[in-house]
Design a protein around this ligand. Structure first.
Ligand code: SAM
Length: 246
């Protein structure tokens, strides 16, 4: 049987990798990665000699066809992204979809298998340490830079579900500003708790929470911390008398 393995890899700390991931990466014929230099660092740490091939957002149809041909030839392939879980705000979804469509017969007869080797992702990592009710939440990925951005902030301000999104160091201050404007309308009940999880699993891992204004002021005072990678969590909107769980 030929296997296409989708593997979760560390989001900062290279020790956050499963035994199964290491085994599969070592045994694969080829590792498909976003940036071969980034993945090489991980492979070298564990003395894994498997060859790499780039597969990223700008990969064209020829690369996808090449990958499908390799699977048809019986090559075991592993797909990773630079960090975390492929397909979660990272490339992978289209490729997996294409393999499922084009190799449907082989998948059905069991000669090709798509398997998951679960691992880290910044989304659950942030939710697990934020201390914010998230029995129900909406994940927005990266917010749009222009079209639909303002509408989304309004939606976040009034959402009855916890909202989570990814943010970069370049935009975090602008985003906190928008959250502050939208979360603090004339009705004081709309002021929501914002939690920013920064540099998870790395040396400067940090969780900052409070109103959007408090969090913004914290980063203004500590401008050296406006760097690295961020997950933003905005708690659910709970009206007075609204007893529902987020
Ligand atoms: N596939 C990844 C995952 O499963 O989490 C996400 C990749 S996405 C291109 C990168 C974004 O994820 C960053 O801009 C940041 O918002 C978030 N992220 C990744 N690693 C992180 C970390 N160590 N701490 C906080 N956020 C992180």
């Amino acid at each position: 049987m030929t296997t296409f393995s989708v593997i979760g890899t560390p989001i900062g700390n290279l020790e956050d990798i499963t035994l199964r991931a290491l085994k599969v990466l070592a045994a694969a014929d080829l590792v498909l990665c976003e940036d071969t230099r980034t993945t090489r660092k991980l492979l070298e740490k564990y003395d894994i000699k498997t060859k790499t091939l780039s597969y990223h957002v700008h990969s064209n149809q020829n690369r996808s066809k090449e990958i499908i041909t390799l699977l048809k030839e019986g090559k075991n392939l592993a797909l990773v992204s630079d960090a975390g879980t492929p397909g979660i705000s990272d490339p992978g979804i289209e490729l997996v979809g294409q393999i499922r469509r084009e190799l449907e017969a082989e998948i059905k007869d069991g000669s090709i298998k798509i398997e998951v080797i679960p691992g880290p992702s910044a989304l659950p990592a942030a939710l697990s340490i934020a201390g914010v009710s998230a029995s129900q939440f909406t994940f927005l990925g990266f917010l749009p830079h222009k079209k639909g951005r303002e509408t989304l902030f309004k939606e976040i301000a009034f959402s009855k579900r916890t909202m989570v999104f990814y943010e970069s160091s370049h935009r975090i201050m602008k985003t906190l500003d928008s959250l502050n404007i939208h979360n603090n309308g004339s009705d004081s009940l709309t002021s929501k708790k914002v939690t920013v999880c920064r540099e998870l699993t790395k040396i400067y891992e940090e969780v900052v929470s409070g109103s959007a204004l408090v969090v913004k002021e914290y980063f203004e005072k500590n401008s050296d911390k406006v760097r690295g990678e961020f997950v933003v969590i905005v708690e659910a909107f709970l009206r007075q008398g609204y007893e529902g769980q987020a």
